[in-house]
Ligand binder design. Structure first.
Ligand SMILES: [Zn+2]
Length: 237
């Protein structure tokens, strides 16, 4: 049976980003959406709750029987510190293993360097869900450069979180399939005679030649007619 991952992105619209006229909720929902796509591609069942309260999300996560609960946030402190922080309920919990699995992929990707996995049982969403919880603070949005990086890398962040989750569950990460670009390729080849070459074109060359010959006959006729008319015009009565 497929493992169930419950994504719970931040709803904190009041947490403004230092860059891009956006906020934590908007960015984290985008990251969660990218992560959802990646997880489904890798064979997980996913819930991605972007609207309900924390309490409602935890209840839903429990009722659904999530195997992993993943709040997705970005951080703020003193406009200087940057780095990935992941919280879990206790060192003994499976959440600690999951947090580390995600940290190992996500932390090297993010620009910040002050990074760690820590126990933080005071957060509602580390304490209440039945499922092991890895509570992600991707990086710090109160630093302009970092906020810009987060906004420009929501897909990569979502993929990295997915990769970490795959590692935690011991599942193979499935790479995204590059989009198919439509192309029109014509192979002409080389031929000894025009006839052979034209046969490959379905006789287009012969038809064009015939049309050209006909056009030149028409042109000749028009020239003759013009000559006749000019002569006719200078006849005086
Ligand atoms: Zn937050």
């Amino acid at each position: 049976m497929a493992n169930k991952v419950y994504l719970s992105p931040s709803d904190q619209t009041a947490n403004k980003y230092a860059y891009g006229n956006t906020n934590e909720a908007v960015a984290c929902r985008k990251i969660a959406d990218a992560c959802e796509v990646a997880l489904k591609r890798c064979g997980f069942e996913v819930k991605n709750n972007k609207t309900d309260s924390m309490q409602a999300r935890c209840n839903e996560s429990d009722k659904w029987g999530a195997d992993l609960h993943v709040p997705i946030h970005t951080n703020a402190f003193n406009k200087q510190v940057t780095g990935t922080r992941i919280f879990c309920y206790s060192k003994a919990s499976k959440g600690y293993k999951a947090a580390h699995a995600i940290f190992d992929v996500l932390a090297p990707l993010t620009p910040g360097t002050s990074e760690n996995v820590t126990v933080n049982a005071s957060l509602y969403e580390t304490r209440y869900p039945n499922a092991p919880t890895a509570y992600i603070e991707v990086d710090f949005h109160d630093v302009e450069e970092t906020a810009k990086w987060i906004i420009e890398n929501v897909e990569a962040i979502g993929e990295a979180i997915c990769k970490g989750i795959c590692n935690y569950f011991g599942r193979a990460y499935v790479e995204p399939v590059p989009p198919v670009v439509e192309k029109y390729h014509v192979e002409l080849g080389e031929y000894d005679t025009i006839k052979e070459a034209d046969a490959m074109l379905g006789g287009v060359y012969a038809r064009i030649s015939a049309v050209e010959a006909a056009m030149s006959e028409v042109q000749n006729a028009l020239d003759e007619l013009e000559t006749v008319l000019r002569k006719a015009q200078i006849v005086e009565r």
